[in-house]
Design a protein around this ligand. Structure first.
Ligand code: SF4
Length: 362
């Protein structure tokens, strides 16, 4: 395939993916209609309403507590669903994906804002954000395989990136003119929702920017749709000239079952550096035992705990907020109980700062 025909595939596909925004990313739009019997099929069959979710988990008696038509719609893969304990409305995995009526409670959500980390102002082209020295973040799709209720981009206007085939051309031109950027971060949405052909074409284009050395992929798919880590994907990541870092996103040890364990091992054996970022969430992982178990499980999965984020105060997610003082106490206990390499950095992203802000009692 010539470089220019590859390029038109990417730009067409990226613009169509952007138009499938986080509120309307039906699996058919994301993947095309030619499901390949693997991860695409699982994505196409994902649970897409809170009512269905309650029914599948024998929790219909709680239907009064849910938001039946949430602004940020419900989306849960079967792989994730299988890890939730049926009959338990307080299950920490369920809490991450079940739209609750609290999301619309004015009082609870009072201090929430729409763009808590300043993504809109950090845009240097349509789809490329640069906040920090030396690296830039490409919003490669608006679609995800799961909708996490606390997502700081739950209100991100992905649709504004739609319908323009020059989006990637602008981005590549920006990167070529900024020699200080040597790391590109694929984010979204979730970049691994792009299929292998699109992802390979995108990486191929980015490889044409000579000073970029590191490809970082921010993804929750190894945790919520492990079948996505297929052999062609491993080959793409092995064949690129980039040094590849994958930052996964798990908040609880139970998210990392046997299949996830094997897929993360395959990624590690392919030479990929694996890190994890978590969000500290009330009712999910805000106790020392859960956080310690997560770090230990990540290590079994050849993944190091990298960041523990304080909640980004996005409207609709404020009921997950844990007080800073409590967070500091938890990290202090982890520091006492675990070796240093299993203690994540407690951080907060503050709009306008030149790096993540480390939170400490000092
Ligand atoms: S946290 Fe990540 S995977 Fe979850 S909805 Fe947000 S972008 Fe998607």
């Amino acid at each position: 395939m010539t470089s220019s025909s590859k390029f038109s595939i990417i730009t067409e596909n990226i613009s169509s993916l952007y138009s499938a925004d986080a509120d309307d990313n039906s699996a058919a739009e994301i993947t095309g209609n030619n499901g390949d019997g693997g991860w695409k099929k699982e994505l196409a069959n994902a649970t897409t309403s809170a009512g269905q979710l309650l029914k599948k988990l024998q929790l219909e008696r709680y239907s009064e507590q849910i938001d039946k038509v949430p602004d940020f719609r419900c989306l849960v893969t079967d792989s994730y669903l299988r890890k939730i304990t049926a009959g338990d409305i307080d299950d920490p995995l369920l809490r991450q994906v079940l739209p609750l009526a609290e999301e619309n409670d004015r009082e609870i959500q009072l201090s929430g804002i729409t763009d808590p980390v300043g993504d809109i102002d950090a845009g240097v082209t349509r789809g490329l954000l640069q906040k920090y020295h030396g690296r830039a973040l490409l919003i490669s799709t608006g679609a995800c395989a799961i909708h996490c209720r606390y997502c700081f981009r739950r209100l991100y206007p992905y649709q504004q990136l739609a319908n323009n085939s020059s989006v990637l051309a602008e981005t590549l031109s920006y990167l070529k003119h900024h020699a200080d950027i040597d790391e590109i971060i694929l984010s979204g949405g979730d970049p691994l929702v792009l299929d292998n052909e699109k992802l390979a074409a995108l990486i191929d284009e980015l490889e044409g920017v000579p000073q970029i050395q590191t490809l970082r992929i921010h993804t929750r798919l190894p945790v919520v749709l492990p079948a996505r880590i297929d052999k062609p994907l491993l080959r793409i990541l092995q064949d690129t000239r980039f040094q590849v870092v994958m930052v996964i996103h798990a908040n609880h040890a139970r998210e990392l079952g046997e299949e996830e364990y094997h897929k993360l091992h395959q990624l590690a054996e392919s030479g990929i550096t694996l890190l994890n970022q978590s969000v500290l969430l009330k009712g999910v992982n805000d106790d020392i035992e859960t956080l310690s178990d997560l770090s230990k499980r990540l290590f079994q999965c050849r993944t190091l705990p990298y960041y523990l984020h304080l909640l980004d105060p996005v409207k609709g997610a404020m009921h997950f907020q844990v007080e800073k003082k409590t967070a500091i106490g938890l990290i202090e206990q982890m520091t006492i109980q675990l070796p240093g390499y299993l203690v994540p950095k407690l951080v907060q992203e503050i709009t306008g700062m030149k790096s993540k802000t480390a939170i400490s009692h000092i």
